[in-house]
Design a protein around this ligand. Structure first.
Ligand code: SAM
Length: 251
């Protein structure tokens, strides 16, 4: 998988190539990253990448031409003919685990990091295939969203995680039928007077799995009832799940 990132701050992306799971996967050659600075595609001596908004108003807008030329350079450098071009934008579709899973199965993408007030709409109309948000809040730039998106996809690549089971046990994953993960405990067995739940010490695999499933159901019901409803609509809750959920509302 390969990502091409268009950003005015290329150094930020060292973070994802050097550290932790994504860094190790990068060293192993499981994924590649190339960063393109729109400033290198400007056509004036001042290397201008932004200008004042038509119609007035505060801030600056990223110009279309340096961005389009950067995208074309990235496209020409890749072997796949039509890579998706994702613009990081608070007005885009909210990124989720399903999108991460789909991304991890594909060739990667070209990610565009906006700055200032945003980017000229004509660049979006001409070059962008998807606009993607990482949540209902506004950041100063698209670099952190691009890092988050790459991290979430790379950790799903076969061989990226030490224990291949661990991504399957994460929140939102299909294996958990889209629910939230259950709580985790490690040594010591008693910490500040609080003991590890006895089910996890039992060594009884079926009981441990049942305890985790119930914790997951209870936590999701309390914090994200919308995910319970989605799992229900998709027919992914068992009779035993439903009985447990019913017992929660009774208590
Ligand atoms: N004026 C824009 C608006 O209100 O929608 C916000 C511009 S923001 C200050 C600058 C850039 O940061 C955006 O162009 C986008 O690339 C990025 N950005 C900010 N928040 C984001 C989010 N929640 N998700 C994805 N990208 C975001």
């Amino acid at each position: 998988m390969r990502f091409d990132v268009v950003s005015l701050f290329p150094d930020i992306f060292e973070a994802v190539c050097k550290y932790g799971v994504t860094g190790r996967a990068h060293t192993q050659g499981l994924w590649q990253l190339k960063v393109w600075n729109p400033r290198d595609f400007t056509q004036d001596v001042h290397r201008t990448v932004d200008d004042r908004p038509y119609g007035g108003g505060p801030g600056m807008v990223m110009m279309a031409q340096p961005l389009e030329d950067a995208v074309n350079a990235a496209r020409a450098d890749r072997t796949d003919e039509t890579p998706p071009v994702w613009l990081m934008s608070p007005t885009g579709r909210c990124f989720d685990q399903k999108m991460a899973q789909e991304l991890a199965l594909g060739p990667g993408a070209i990610l565009i990091c906006g700055r200032y007030e945003g980017v000229d709409q004509r660049f979006i109309d001409r070059c962008v295939t998807h606009e993607v948000s990482i949540g209902d809040f506004v950041l100063s730039g698209g670099e952190i969203p691009a890092l988050a998106i790459m991290d979430s996809a790379v950790r799903l690549l076969p061989g990226a995680l030490n224990d291949k089971e661990s991504a399957l046990q994460d929140s939102f994953h299909d294996t958990l039928t889209g629910l939230l993960d259950s709580p985790h405990f490690t040594r010591p067995e008693v910490y500040q007077g609080q003991a590890v739940p006895s089910e996890l010490l039992s060594g009884h695999h079926a009981n441990i799995a049942l305890w985790r499933r119930r914790q997951s159901l209870a936590l999701t019901m309390a914090r994200r009832p919308d995910l319970i409803e989605s799992a229900r609509q998709a027919g992914r809750l068992s009779k035993s799940d439903e009985a447990f959920l019913a017992s929660l509302t009774k208590n």
